[in-house]
Design a protein around this ligand. Sequence first.
Ligand code: UT7
Length: 333
Amino acid sequence: MVTIAKTSIAEGTRTRELLMQHPGFRFAGVGSYLPDEIVTNDDLTKNMDTSDEWIRERTGIGQRHVGGTTSSLAAEAAKRAMDRANVEPADIDLLLLATTSPDFICPGTAPAVAQLLELDCGALDIQAACSGWVYGLVMANGLLLQGMKRILVVGSEALDQITDYTDRNTGILFGNGAGAAVVEVDPSGASELLGWDMGADGNYVSILYAEHGDVLKMDGKEVFRQAVTAMQRSARNALKMANLTVEDIDLVIPHQANIRIVEAAWKRLGFSMEKTGMRLEETGNTSAASIPLVLDKVLDEGRISEGDTVMFLGFGGGMTWATTIVRYAGERA
Ligand code: UT7
């Protein structure tokens, strides 16, 4: 285990002093899964007053996948990640499942996923809306420090359960999917979680919510505005903790909500779209699943190499936001 320097982050009036030890943070295996059924933008025009052109121009979305349950999608993505990591169920010490669309209000969905995967370990849901998977990475890093060896961090959504596909405000955006990563200790020292940021502001509950038994309701313009602000603040906090600048980041994977949100935040932060991983056109907004879905794709495309500095940047309902910056190592890198 390597000891790294004391880091101080000043944010407004808060100062956090952190003495970090890191056990490494290796992406042993990554996988994703999209259900077969596709709803195109043209399909949506049958039930609402919209067009393929409008949706593409204003959001960057071309289609979304529907079908499956959060647990079944999660299990498919996790199996792929475990296969790539070449691990058995007994090798997993904990399952963290980020989801906004759990199979049931009670119990959590993670135990059902653990059962499908034949895991014998703790399993719990993280509900931090679209930021959940990035929250999960931060939590996993902390638990690796506590002595766990391998943690499955999954983001899975069956948002078709809580989306009204006749409402052109929300129905154009959301889709189903899952992404998963097996993260593990890395005694080689090649990988590391360099910096992170997590935040929440309950003043904004009312701009994106679903009541029990109901569909998602959203003030799209306000979510857009708050998302651009939150992404900037969170990225800057994590960069400060990691003692890095925007130029040091080799690839950013942002939450996939609206291409214009990413472009607006990047303009202010100085990131380029060339160094950005996107899968929005193919998937729509898959909330907690969106970032690992992109990670799987960019690994397939050979866009991450060992030692690259990669940022994951999420924001969503709550409002919540979260960023992690990793020195990347793992399969396909
Ligand atoms: O994970 C976080 C989840 N949520 C989000 O990320 C949502 C963030 N917000 C957004 O992505 C955007 O606000 C939307 C895509 C929801 C809406 O885009 P917008 O650019 O903010 O559109 P708008 O509400 O300002 O509407 C512009 C025009 C209006 O027409 P007029 O008044 O200019 O004639 C709307 O009536 O576009 C019209 N419009 C539509 N037209 C065709 C609004 N929605 C649609 C639609 N199809 N689906």
